[in-house]
Design a protein around this ligand. Structure first.
Ligand code: NAI
Ligand code: MN
Ligand code: ZN
Length: 336
């Protein structure tokens, strides 16, 4: 089979690899579509602190089960599935409280173990979620990015009367907009980015108002409006302090970033307004929820997808994704 392998940081190859055999409790998926995420690019360049090399990348993928390991119902062969990349032990403290995404033995498919930019991939059977026919093949890899928004909004508990502010109109910000508008019916969703093209996408994804902070800081544009719910999907370390300063008293702030740089913030700026701070990593069993949202038409994954490429065009696809955020948002790879 053909697989996209990062042999070592900086070295991406389309390699011929032996077909994997599913171990006990696993399924093998004949991958049909997969989507590119920023973290794939980071693994390629050696900027992902969790990655081990060589690695088949790709954690957003969809396909059809074509083989099963011991203990897995052979009746699942032929099932159309989206694969949750979060593989967990099931019995540590975080797993026992429903937080497998921060399992002490966490193994993310496409990061810690081989992933879905490949003609075939293996995964724990419980990670392969059957998809209804109403979700088309070419959008099915988009379940995973929406699970990030599902996870952070589960902490933030959005309400219709919230004034929500989202930093960043990349894939993470755009999925958050769709979930706040389509699922939680938040009346006002404000979005800030520094690229006008991204702000246009934000509007197309449902943002009520957009702000460009490339030249004028956001504080000078909000005219005293105080957001009650803030999501940082731009993830620069300077954003938390600004968010706390702009937030309404009693607001909730959600963070998605992984920067290793310190961010400077006073206790006073948080405690005086009794702000709640949540962080969110990957997703905790949110595939069924997102699949149901897609089936019900509450979210529209097609609004994020700007490009389709074949597996053979992987380097071109990854380079476009990385270098051209003005024209490129989500890139989907057709594997077969
Ligand atoms: P992206 O790079 O496509 O989007 C970020 C957007 O933020 C860009 O449009 C950029 O112009 C904008 N931006 C940057 N600095 C800004 C600032 N100071 N103010 C306003 N806008 C600003 O990235 P993507 O894929 O949307 O991911 C966003 C972040 O989320 C990344 O840092 C990524 O590491 C993180 N992430 C976290 C996950 C989690 O589970 N916690 C999962 C996936 C991504
Ligand atoms: Mn992703
Ligand atoms: Zn665990």
């Amino acid at each position: 089979m053909k697989s996209v392998v990062i042999e070592q940081p900086g070295e991406l190859v389309l390699a011929e690899r032996p077909l994997p055999t599913p171990a006990a409790g696993e399924v093998r998926v004949k991958v049909k579509y997969a989507s590119i995420c920023g973290s794939d690019v980071h693994i390629w360049h050696g900027h992902n602190p969790f990655a081990k090399y060589p690695r088949v990348i790709g954690h957003e993928f969809f396909g059809v089960i074509d083989a099963v390991g011991d203990g897995v119902d052979a009746g699942r062969i032929g099932e159309r599935v989206a694969v949750d990349p979060v593989a967990s032990c099931g019995h540590c403290y975080p797993c026992s409280v429903g937080r497998p995404n921060v399992c002490t033995q966490l193994s993310v498919i496409g990061v810690h173990r081989d992933g879905g930019f490949s003609e075939y991939a293996v995964a724990p059977a419980g990670n392969a979620y059957r998809l209804p026919e109403t979700i088309p093949d070419k959008l099915a890899s988009m379940v995973e990015p929406f699970t990030i928004a599902a996870n952070i909004t589960a902490f933030l508990q959005p309400q219709p009367q919230d004034v929500a502010l989202i930093y960043g109109a990349g894939p993470m910000g755009l999925t958050a907009i769709q979930v706040l508008k389509g699922v939680y019916k938040v009346a006002q969703v404000l979005v800030v980015d520094r690229l006008p093209e991204r702000l246009e996408l934000a509007q197309a994804n449902g943002a009520d108002r957009v702000f460009n902070n490339a030249e004028v800081p956001l504080a000078g544009q909000l005219e005293g409006l105080q957001p009650t719910l803030i999501i940082d999907a731009a993830c620069h370390p300077s954003i938390l302090a600004e968010a706390a300063a702009l937030a309404s008293p009693a607001a909730r702030i959600g963070l998605l970033g992984f920067s290793g740089e310190p961010c400077s913030i006073t206790q006073q700026s948080l405690t005086s307004k009794e702000l709640s701070l949540f962080t969110s990593r990957l997703n905790s069993h949110r595939f069924p929820q997102v699949i149901a949202w897609m089936e019900a038409g509450l979210i529209q994954p097609e609004k994020l997808v700007t490009h389709y490429f074949s597996l053979g065009e992987i380097e071109r696809a990854m380079t476009l994704f990385e270098k051209d955020p003005r024209t490129c948002c989500k890139v989907v790879l057709a594997m077969q």
